[in-house]
Design a protein around this ligand. Structure first.
Ligand SMILES: NC(=O)c1ccc[n+]([C@@H]2O[C@H](COP(=O)([O-])OP(=O)(O)OC[C@H]3O[C@@H](n4cnc5c(N)ncnc54)[C@H](OP(=O)(O)O)[C@@H]3O)[C@@H](O)[C@H]2O)c1
Length: 412
């Protein structure tokens, strides 16, 4: 089913096409509809309230296991070319760059991929082999433990480190559990069977406040990984990716207003580029100070609210800022309607989940959360890398969003 908002109305279309609607598209589609049909809003509903006790909040510092429990990390003393790194989720937005970063550092990279990979399976085997040049590409099925183990058996090499950049592409409830939990767990089990002693997980900073199904699936895997005494871990929890913030650039360039929720300061993040995040993830393979750590990470510079992101964009365009502020209550209304409909039509559960995801990212900051106060802190959120959102916006204004499509992406 698809959910179409226009400014003063929204319509639910029949359940048929709902597979093509996903969590990333919910907010951006919503914003596009608003940009196209902009008239003032008058329906502020009850604001969402954060209650720390509702969330099983985990402090990064307390979520670590002592390094003494680490099993053999002898691979660290080897030459990188002799270190076998298995990458699952190698064909994703971040995974591709992680493969590149690891290959550039001289590791022997084994990239697991599907025969049809990428958004909506648009890439053939040849495309994938081209994209993951320098890696030893294995076509397999991470959702099936037996198949994955058989592939690794055929590979005939021991594994030293597993890096997982897996994520559900749709963000649907079942798919999140299948990929963010089960397939990721399969890669842990199979990796260990073939000798892996370290696991690097691409997670997300938003799991600090788990209100969504994919966050619960990720947290379940994180918890099991942290408890596993046979392997060490580095859990990377990044803030927002550039692709998640670029959706309005071309619309604003075309003269549309920049749309934001509330006063434009409801949420903030420290955006990080694919290259910078991939480099941080690659650091986790060898860095001893990243062993058994939960690592929240953002890009360089200060945290940016949507209002500030819009200001950057208008400055680059040399235009007078034109903002459209939408009451967040409109999303609560839509979610309320969907939650009601799910009771009658259970097949709408994913549509309702996408609504909640859209709401979450319209209001929650992608920064370190203090579990006691429920406040986000930009200061406590570490920065890494050099690429800025301003440079990214400038590039999109010149070249468009190629390579940054949200498509079936897994978040925002
Ligand atoms: N977007 C953000 O701002 C943001 C911020 C912080 C954290 N994160 C987190 O970053 C992570 C990765 O994001 P991303 O954008 O790189 O993800 P992505 O582009 O959607 O890539 C997902 C990867 O998982 C694989 N995969 C998905 N379903 C599969 C299946 N059924 N069988 C086999 N492989 C499957 C995909 O393979 P195919 O190519 O074959 O589909 C792809 O390699 C997510 O965990 C997300 O929560 C995102």
């Amino acid at each position: 089913m698809s959910l179409c908002f226009s400014f003063n109305s929204f319509t639910l279309q029949t359940p048929k096409s709902h597979q093509s609607y996903n969590k990333s598209q919910f907010t951006s589609q919503f914003i596009k509809q608003i940009q196209v049909n902009s008239v003032p809003f008058t329906s502020p509903l009850k604001p969402f309230k954060f209650r720390a006790e509702r969330f099983n909040l985990v402090r990064a510092s307390s979520a670590t296991k002592p390094v003494e429990t680490a099993v053999s990390s002898s691979f660290r003393s080897k030459n990188p070319k002799d270190i076998n790194v298995l990458v699952v989720g190698s064909t994703g937005y971040i995974g591709k760059f992680v493969v590149k970063a690891l290959v550039n550092r001289g590791f022997n990279v084994i990239a697991v991929a599907r025969e049809k990979s990428g958004i909506r399976g648009k890439n053939s085997k040849e495309d994938t082999l081209n994209e993951l040049k320098g890696a030893n590409v294995w076509f397999s099925d991470v959702t099936n433990l037996e198949t994955l183990e058989k592939s690794l058996q055929e590979l005939g090499l021991p594994i030293d480190v597993v890096v997982s950049c897996l994520a559900s592409r749709s963000g649907g409830i079942k798919d999140s559990w299948l990929i963010d939990y089960e397939a990721t767990k399969n890669s842990l089990v199979a990796g260990k069977k073939f000798g892996a002693s370290h696991f690097v997980l691409l997670s997300a900073i938003c799991v600090q406040k788990p209100l969504l199904e994919f966050q619960r699936a990720k947290l379940k895997f994180e918890a099991e990984l942290m408890e596993d005494s046979e392997i060490t871990y580095s859990i990377v929890r990044p803030t927002a990716f550039f692709k998640s913030l670029g959706g309005q650039v071309e619309l604003v360039k075309d003269g549309k207003p920049y749309v934001m929720f509330g006063d434009g300061k409801l949420c903030a993040c420290k955006p990080i580029s694919e290259q910078d995040l991939a480099s941080f993830i690659a650091d986790c393979v060898l860095s001893e100070d990243k062993i058994n750590q939960v690592l929240p990470i953002g890009g360089p510079g200060k945290a940016l609210t949507p209002l500030e992101q819009g200001e950057i964009l208008f400055k680059l365009l040399g235009k007078e800022p034109k903002f459209l502020k939408v009451p967040i209550g409109i999303m609560d209304f839509a979610i309320g309607v969907l939650d009601f409909l799910v009771k009658i039509f259970p097949s709408l559960e994913d549509a309702a989940e996408f609504g909640k995801i859209g709401r979450y990212y319209a209001a929650e900051s992608m920064l370190i959360l203090d579990p006691e106060t429920g406040e986000y802190s930009a200061e406590k959120t570490p920065s890494y890398g050099k690429d800025t959102l301003e440079e990214f916006f400038a590039r999109v204004l010149q070249e468009g969003m190629a390579g940054q499509e949200l498509g079936e992406q897994s978040i925002f």
